[in-house]
Design a protein around this ligand. Sequence first.
Ligand code: SAM
Length: 314
Amino acid sequence: MGSINLRVRFLFMKKAERPETGILYVVATPIGNLEDITFRAVRILKEVDLIAAEDTRHTKKLLNHFAIQTRLISYYREKERERAGELLEHLQAGMHIALVSDAGTPGISDPGAILVSLAREAEITVTPIPGPSALTTAISSAGLDCGSFLFLGFPPSKSGQRRKFLHSLGGCDYPVVLYESPHRVQALLADALEVLGDRPAFWARELTKIHEDLQLGRLSELLTKASSQVSRGESVLIISPDKVEQATGDTVEDLLCWYRDHSGLTLKDACRRLASDLGLSRSQVYQLALKIWQETENDEGDTLPQNANQEDPA
Ligand code: SAM
């Protein structure tokens, strides 16, 4: 009904008064804290003729907060194609439309792509209004080397498929960024630990919200935390690559230095990995490792075990 009225309004405009076509604005909105919205986003949301929202009730709260009275129309995943067609007609009739999702940037694990591509095909101007995304927010606070990263959105929800998916990431040289819902994050951590090993990871929970919680640790530590928490919240998980796979060096000593400085492994674990990778005896590698680890012994009370004299305790 609403959409018919809007179309009628434009059909009854004198042709000369009608703009050629409207503009589709793709507007990022907060992922929790309502203050995380740009001045430009607020202005555009006020000025457009229509806001296409994933969940109109959810977006209404944001609009109320900023006293925005623009009309809302729903645009959600299940009706994305059908709604995109209707919205395209409005754009062609000259209406300016803002596309928003429930949180963050539309099109990132959210509806949006179909409307944007239809608009492009129809030579409608598409203007992004950048702002928050859980993806960039998590990366910015992780402190991991994320110059390059692999973002894969939500992993499969069923355990078998999720494990297969995680297996496929085993050799990835980049941090892998995943989204997960509150009730599945513990299962994801458990599967990731089992399939990928105890890698360093970053778990960003409830970003920008009251219970924001940022945890850097090994997957095993994060899993322990998740197991003890009742409410796990919306999550972004960043899993570091297996540094041991990337070890570089011409000699065993070089490789040990690399493990010591880059892998985060204890002396014992580094020896175990290196001995098995190179087919050497563990005690041989252990004697070399002792010397190398001793060089940094005093730096940070490093990982030398108490009985690190002669024997490989493993
Ligand atoms: N388009 C959004 C964006 O730009 O980040 C993502 C939408 S996706 C449907 C929702 C997922 O994003 C959540 O399940 C969670 O993984 C992540 N997410 C959204 N808000 C978050 C927050 N405040 N803290 C942590 N993760 C969040």
